[in-house]
Write a protein that binds this ligand. Structure first.
Ligand SMILES: [Zn+2]
Length: 349
C-alpha cells in the first residue's frame, strides 16, 4: 500500500466511533469523499450516503458500518470512579490495565495488583460491571463535572505497524471496512459505470445491525455488498476445525450460505480469477451477524454478498489485519462494479 494511502488510513483510525456516537467519523469520511461523489447526505439515524448516480439498474449499495465497540459510563461512585457498561460484544478479560478516552477526558481501567492475590487463589473471570475507570478525580463531584452518565468511552490505544504490511489497532472492526469503501468510491468516481452506486457508512451495527436496517430501506438497492471484518484463525489456540481455516494475507473472505446470493458470489469469483485476487471462504449456514443479514431482508429482498477482511483478535485493542488483503478487497470490489451492468439476473436457480 502506498504511503499516501497509509496516511489516510492512520487519519481514519485516529477518529473514535463508538456505536451511537458516530458523528465525528461520519464528518471525517464526508470531508474525504466530498470531491469524489455527488451530494453526501446523512439521515435522521446517522447513516451517511455517498451517491455515484448513473441511469442504469441495478442500484448497488456498498455498505460498511462505521461504528466500533466501546464502553459507556453507567454511574459515578462516591470516590469519583466511573462504573461502566459494554457497548456491543466487549470481552471483560481484555480491559484491565487499559487506557481509555471519554471525549477529551483520559482515564485508566483499574486492576487490583497481583500481589493482593493469595498464592493459591485462582484468577477470577472478569465481569465488566465490576470494573472501574479512574480519571484521577478526587471525588464524585469532580468526576461529574467532567463526565456524564451515558458518555461513551473507547480504549485509548495507538495503531501499531507490524511486519509484513500488518497493522494492529482497536476498532479495525469496522473502520478498515470504511477505508475500503472510501478507496473504492474514489476509484469508481473516475470510471465509466453502467450501474447506479450508493456507498453507505451505516451506524450501530455492533448493537444490532440497526443502521443497515434503516439505510437499506432508504437506499432500496437490488444488490448490496457488505464490507466487514471476518475471523482470521491463523494464530495459537484458534480452533480452525470449528471456525474455519482462514488466514491473514490470503485474500478477502467471502461468506457462503443462505444469506449470500449464489449468482452474485459466482460473479465475484469470476472477477477475482480475472484479476488474480486470492479468495477465502467462510461457511455461514445461518445469519452472519453482520449488516449483510439485515440488507438481505430489506423490503422485497436484496441480492447480498458479504466480503470479509481477515482479522485476528476480533473485538480487542489489538485487532490485526494485513494491508495486502485490504488492497485486494479494493481491487475486487472496484473491478466487479466496473464490469457490472443491467443484464444480470440474480434470481437463484
Ligand atoms: Zn463489524
Amino acid at each position: 500500500m502506498k504511503a499516501a494511502a497509509r496516511k489516510r488510513l492512520a487519519q481514519l483510525l485516529a477518529v473514535p466511533s463508538p456505536s451511537g456516537e458516530e458523528g465525528a467519523i461520519q464528518a471525517h469520511v464526508a470531508q474525504q469523499l466530498r470531491p469524489s461523489v455527488k451530494g453526501i447526505h446523512r439521515d435522521v439515524h446517522g447513516n451517511q450516503y455517498y451517491p455515484l448516480p448513473r441511469k442504469g439498474k441495478p442500484r448497488v449499495m456498498l455498505c460498511a458500518h462505521c461504528d466500533e465497540i466501546g464502553l459507556m459510563v453507567r454511574g459515578i461512585d462516591e470516590h469519583g470512579f466511573l462504573q461502566i457498561s459494554p457497548i456491543g460484544g466487549v470481552d471483560g478479560s481484555t480491559l484491565q490495565g487499559q487506557r481509555v478516552r471519554i471525549g477529551n477526558v483520559r482515564g485508566v481501567i483499574g486492576c487490583p495488583p497481583i500481589h493482593f492475590r493469595a498464592s493459591d487463589e485462582k484468577p477470577k473471570p472478569v465481569s465488566i460491571d465490576k470494573l472501574w475507570v479512574d480519571i484521577g478525580a478526587r471525588n464524585k463531584a469532580e468526576a461529574a463535572r467532567r463526565v456524564t452518565i451515558g458518555d461513551a468511552l473507547v480504549l485509548d490505544t495507538p495503531v501499531t505497524w507490524l511486519r509484513n504490511d500488518r497493522i494492529a489497532a482497536r476498532g479495525l472492526d469496522n473502520r478498515i471496512g470504511v477505508f475500503i469503501l472510501m478507496e473504492t468510491l474514489k476509484r469508481l468516481s473516475r470510471r465509466r459505470l453502467a450501474v447506479d452506486v450508493m456507498g453507505v457508512t451505516s451506524v450501530q451495527e455492533e448493537v444490532g445491525l440497526r443502521g443497515a436496517t434503516t439505510s437499506g430501506y432508504r437506499c432500496d438497492p437490488q444488490v448490496a455488498i457488505n464490507l466487514d471484518v471476518n475471523f482470521a484463525t491463523d494464530h495459537p489456540h484458534a480452533d480452525g476445525a470449528r471456525w474455519g481455516e482462514t488466514a491473514l494475507s490470503a485474500g478477502p473472505i467471502l461468506a457462503r450460505g443462505a444469506g449470500v446470493n449464489p449468482q452474485l458470489l459466482t460473479a465475484f469469483q469470476a472477477v477475482a480469477k480475472q484479476n488474480a485476487i486470492p479468495l477465502q471462504y467462510r461457511a455461514e449456514p445461518e445469519a452472519s451477524g453482520t449488516d449483510a443479514s439485515a440488507l438481505q431482508r430489506t423490503r422485497g429482498g436484496v441480492a447480498t454478498l458479504d466480503m470479509g477482511i481477515p482479522n485476528r483478535y476480533m473485538h480487542t485493542a489489538v485487532e490485526t489485519v494485513c494491508l495486502e488483503d485490504v488492497t485486494h478487497c479494493v481491487e475486487l470490489l472496484t473491478a466487479w462494479v466496473a464490469q457490472c451492468n443491467g443484464t444480470s439476473d440474480y434470481t437463484p436457480r
